[in-house]
Design a protein around this ligand. Structure first.
Ligand code: SAH
Length: 449
């Protein structure tokens, strides 16, 4: 029996898909080369913008005839399109789907498969992450088994993403994620440490800790856990070379966290902390809880406490009511701060959010596009200049794999580097001298083999 997982969206979804694949392999399923060859198809979906949601509908439509031809095919719809409320609407709209699973939750699929095969349902407990008390609340279930990497990745995966905070309890007015992923729930520190120990023993060199607001890690737990402490605990794990975390929220980037990043050699000096907009009125209506001035001071604090930190941000252009002048404030802030990376998005009205319920999506699509392009050009110029400073420098690259005859990896500051070399560098740290840079990546040669 074979499975196929299709994943759309954020790193959290990538991590969730890996867990589902691991769980299916423990039941005896093997990976299929394509959806057509699979007996179980998992669609792990994203709805953060309409464009992502549309991809899920496209997939669902294309699978309908396959399901008609082969009624025993199992189709599992998972992720943020399903959310924590499994609506009847989805069941009526997509009769080709056999199982609906909330984000991060392999449980319903595993239970369905065990039941269908007449196997012992107790095993399903091992894979169940959450209890569903009622439609709206989700509580963390007792610790499930630690992540088993899918077979193809064992001894091969260099970096693994580890969810440490599920859900989100902030109320940014544009964002649908809290509605679909439920309230914020941190995993106990001991559970995460055990999981990472297991992964390091399977050859994993880098972990990236994930949360919608990862710097809030532990605030919902009673034990006083926090991210700085967790970083210190993970730092002791033998075999692990690098630790990253994302995404932060500006209001929770405490000094002790930044100090831990500065002090701990394995923790990479790369901070992802979205500003979303550079205008105070827009930020207020987004309900972000800080001003452009606060963000400017945060960037100063990061740069003071973490020397050579690279900083990444997220921007939404065309939020309801955003004037040309307000957009200019975003442009000016980015021009001033010169960050290492800006993930850009055009505002997309999402059902049920405060912005959709109380504001008009009044920036025309062509104007959103114009603002998006202006920032794209600006970022290419700014990041191009930042990256050019790497020229002739020798940097540490953790090699993740091959790409078009070259080795591919990242610097500690999360810059993509390619180099050609005859030795096997998979999963190793290379000292690479940079000989060419662009806004998107760099080329280098091995400085010492
Ligand atoms: N808590 C995470 C949110 C993940 S969503 C974070 O702070 O990064 C990733 C990014 O998608 C957000 O940062 C935001 O820039 C963008 N985004 C979220 N909702 C959006 C919407 N309705 N339209 C356009 N972009 C959106």
């Amino acid at each position: 029996m074979k499975y196929f997982v299709w994943t759309e969206g954020c790193q959290m979804n990538v991590a969730d898909s890996q867990r589902v694949a691991g769980a299916l392999e423990q039941l005896g399923y093997r990976p299929a080369g394509s959806a057509e060859q699979a007996d179980v198809i998992v669609l792990n979906t994203c709805v953060v913008r309409q464009s992502a949601e549309d991809k899920a509908y496209g997939r669902l439509t294309s699978l309908a005839p396959l399901k008609r031809q082969r009624p025993d095919l199992v189709i599992n719809l998972m992720g943020c399109l399903v959310g924590i409320r499994q609506t009847e609407r989805l069941k009526r709209a997509f009769p080709q789907v056999d199982v609906f699973s909330p984000p991060s939750e392999p449980g319903p699929l595993i239970k369905f498969l065990l039941e269908r095969e007449g196997r012992d349902l107790a095993a399903a407990q091992t894979f169940q992450r959450f209890d569903y008390q009622d439609e709206a609340t989700t509580v963390l279930h007792s610790a499930p088994g630690a992540l088993m990497l899918p077979e193809a990745e064992r001894g091969q995966a260099v970096g693994v993403h580890i969810p440490i905070v599920y859900g989100c309890s902030h109320a940014c007015t544009y964002c649908i994620i809290p509605y679909r992923r439920g309230v914020e729930r941190s995993r106990p520190q001991a559970e995460i440490v055990t999981e990472v120990q297991g992964l390091a023993a399977q050859g994993v060199k880098e972990v990236t800790l994930l949360g919608q607001i990862v710097d809030r890690y532990g605030k919902d737990l009673n034990g006083g856990e926090n991210l700085a402490q967790l970083l210190r605990a993970l730092h002791d794990i033998e075999g692990l070379e690098r630790i990253r975390f994302l995404t932060g929220h500006p209001n929770w980037m405490a000094d002790d966290l930044l100090q831990a990043v500065a002090e701990l050699p394995k923790v990479c000096e790369h901070i992802e902390v979205p500003v979303q907009a550079g205008d105070d009125e827009v930020l207020r209506r987004m309900q972000r809880g800080y001003t452009a001035g606060d963000y400017r001071r945060l960037v100063g604090r990061i740069r003071r406490l973490v020397p050579n930190a690279s900083i990444a941000t997220d921007i939404i252009v065309g939020f309801p009511g955003e004037t040309a002048e307000q957009f200019q404030h975003t442009y000016d802030l980015l021009e001033e701060l010169k960050l290492d990376m800006a993930h850009l998005a055009r505002y997309s009205a999402r059902p049920g959010t405060v912005a959709t319920r109380t504001m008009t999506d009044d920036v025309p699509p062509e104007e959103k596009m114009r603002r998006f392009r202006l920032l794209e050009d600006q970022q290419a110029r700014l990041v191009g200049a930042i990256n050019a400073r790497y020229l002739d420098q020798t940097v540490e690259v953790l090699v993740e794999g091959r790409h078009k005859q070259k080795w591919m990896g990242r610097t500690r500051t999360n810059k993509l580097v390619f180099f050609a070399h005859p030795a096997d560098w998979h999963g190793r740290l290379a000292q690479v001298k940079i000989i060419h840079t662009s806004p998107w990546s760099m080329q280098g040669t091995v400085a010492e083999a």
